[in-house]
Design a protein around this ligand. Sequence first.
Ligand SMILES: [Zn+2]
Length: 79
Amino acid sequence: MTKYLLWIALAGIVFWLLRKSRAARSGEPRPPVEREVEGMVKCSYCGVNQPMSESILTAGRYYCCAAHRQAAEADSKVG
Ligand SMILES: [Zn+2]
């Protein structure tokens, strides 16, 4: 009985080690800087770069703040 349990534990450890080594080989850690740059967008009004999640998307254009979105809308109405 004790021998049986020992073999199960051993098999479990081997399986776990195989999975661990396979994951380490296939999964390369991505540099966080690249992801940050990927998510950066330019404000259509002032041209400042900032994360996409923090900017406002209106009619396919990004703005850094609501004030610039309104200003751009006002400009397009006048011009
Ligand atoms: Zn802006």
